[in-house]
Design a protein around this ligand. Structure first.
Ligand SMILES: [Zn+2]
Length: 61
């Protein structure tokens, strides 16, 4: 299950598999479904993560 968290006054959704945060529940659920099935992250999804959006890093999992 994705988790809703409040960080810096923003509501974010966390994928429990990889720990990345998203601005929408939809994205977090997509990430979690992918993470569970593939045991890795999809760049198409994680590029929307709050963590990656900030630093434009491609590092993941
Ligand atoms: Zn994930």
């Amino acid at each position: 299950m994705v988790k809703k968290q409040e960080i810096d006054g923003r509501e974010l959704w966390q994928c429990e598999e990889c720990g990345f945060h998203y601005e929408t529940r939809d994205l977090a659920e997509k990430c979690e479904a992918w993470c569970k099935e593939h045991r890795s992250c999809s760049m198409e999804i994680t590029k929307h993560a709050v963590e990656l959006g900030k630093q434009e890093s491609e590092g993941c999992c």
